[in-house]
Design a protein around this ligand. Structure first.
Ligand code: AHM
Ligand code: MG
Length: 334
């Protein structure tokens, strides 16, 4: 008999029956996000002929130039979650403030954090971009979520994942019980299970970082990256360099193949407080939950990303993430 492909909905319902922490409300949120992603995917595929190419003319809360597609993706993700009332609050990289739910969301138990369009610099050149999300159970009892519902550690995430818009559109997600990947079947509009139980190799062969920033890194990080060009203990050959400049794309490749991604702190920062570029709540935390669930590790150089207590919804962190042995080796050199 022909094996039926497993749809995202079927996978989520099956996990719920298996007592995964995946209740009907959480399932609705993941299906809402996948509905928004399908629409973003459609616009990404016709970005060159549509009206969504180029800069929007403003900047976001952390000073990045906003592209038209950044705002389109933000409106779609936020609009979908507000319309269904599946969340009681949203934090987006593209909005300085917390976003209130629709009244229907007051009774929801969950908040969502999102980078609606990751890899903005790659939009106009047709290179892989994505949407990243993270879900927490609220601490407050009812009504719109409060800041305390968001300022937590990443360990408290109940779900995290991303969509990639590339040769195919994919969803990779976890609800804390392993990582699964789905590919969008454009003909039926369904996300179908294509990568069950993703595990990342314990030692990778790839390193990914913006080496144009070498002069801004601390000495141990510079030495570590130089050492990768000499010898991989597993292969005896140098590591391979791969860097797209979209976190979702770089992370996705390394997750499947094994490797290490680094966006270290900028030590040339005149404030004297070296920070990373990537955002804790929208990028680092969801990526860290995924990699830990796949057997890898994520650190800011001092502690696991998932143990960092958030103090600001837009805070930035250094992010070093990937295969367990590679991240441990990096830490041993610090
Ligand atoms: P964005 O969310 O505004 O697109 O910015 C984050 C992106 C990441 O996807 C990527 O890893 C990083 O910025 C690339 O930065 P750089 O161009 O400095 O290498
Ligand atoms: Mg991003």
């Amino acid at each position: 008999m022909l094996q039926e492909p497993i749809s995202l909905r079927a996978h989520l319902v099956r996990n719920r029956r298996a007592n995964e922490p995946c209740d009907p409300e959480l399932i609705d949120i993941l299906l809402d996000l996948s509905a928004a992603a399908k629409m973003i995917s459609r616009e990404v595929n016709r970005a060159g002929v549509g009206e969504l190419c180029g800069a929007a003319g403003g900047t976001n809360a952390t000073g990045d130039d906003q592209q038209k597609l950044d705002l389109y993706a933000h409106d779609l993700v936020v609009g979908t979650l507000r319309q269904t009332g599946s969340v009681c609050g949203i934090a987006s990289e593209e909005d300085a403030d917390l976003i209130a739910p629709s009244e229907a969301g007051y009774a929801s138990n969950y908040v969502v954090c999102t980078d609606p369009l990751d890899g903005s610099s790659n939009i106009d050149v047709n290179v892989t971009i994505g949407t990243i999300f993270s879900v927490y159970r609220r601490k407050s009892l009812s009504g719109p979520a409060t800041l305390d519902d968001f300022l937590r550690t990443g360990r408290e995430q109940v779900a995290a994942g991303y969509f990639t818009y590339s040769a195919s559109t994919m969803l990779v997600y976890t609800t804390g019980n392993g990582v699964a990947g789905f590919t969008l079947d454009q003909s039926t509009g369904q996300f179908l299970l294509s990568h069950a139980e993703i595990r990342t190799p314990a030692r990778g062969r790839i390193y990914s970082c913006n080496e144009g920033n070498t002069s801004k890194w601390d000495e141990p990080t510079r030495k570590y990256v130089e050492s990768l060009k000499r010898r991989n203990p597993e292969t005896g050959r140098p590591y391979t360099a791969r860097y797209v400049g979209s976190l979702v794309a770089d992370f996705h490749r390394n997750l499947l193949r094994g490797g290490i991604f680094l966006y270290p702190a900028d030590h040339s920062d005149p404030s004297g407080k070296p920070q990373g570029k990537l955002r804790l709540m929208y990028e680092a935390n969801p990526i860290a939950m995924l990699i830990e669930q796949a057997g890898g590790a994520a650190t800011d150089g001092e502690q696991p990303i998932l143990d960092i207590q958030a103090t600001d919804i837009h805070q930035r962190v250094p992010l070093i993430v990937g295969s367990r042995d590679d991240v441990e080796e990096y830490l041993s050199l610090l």
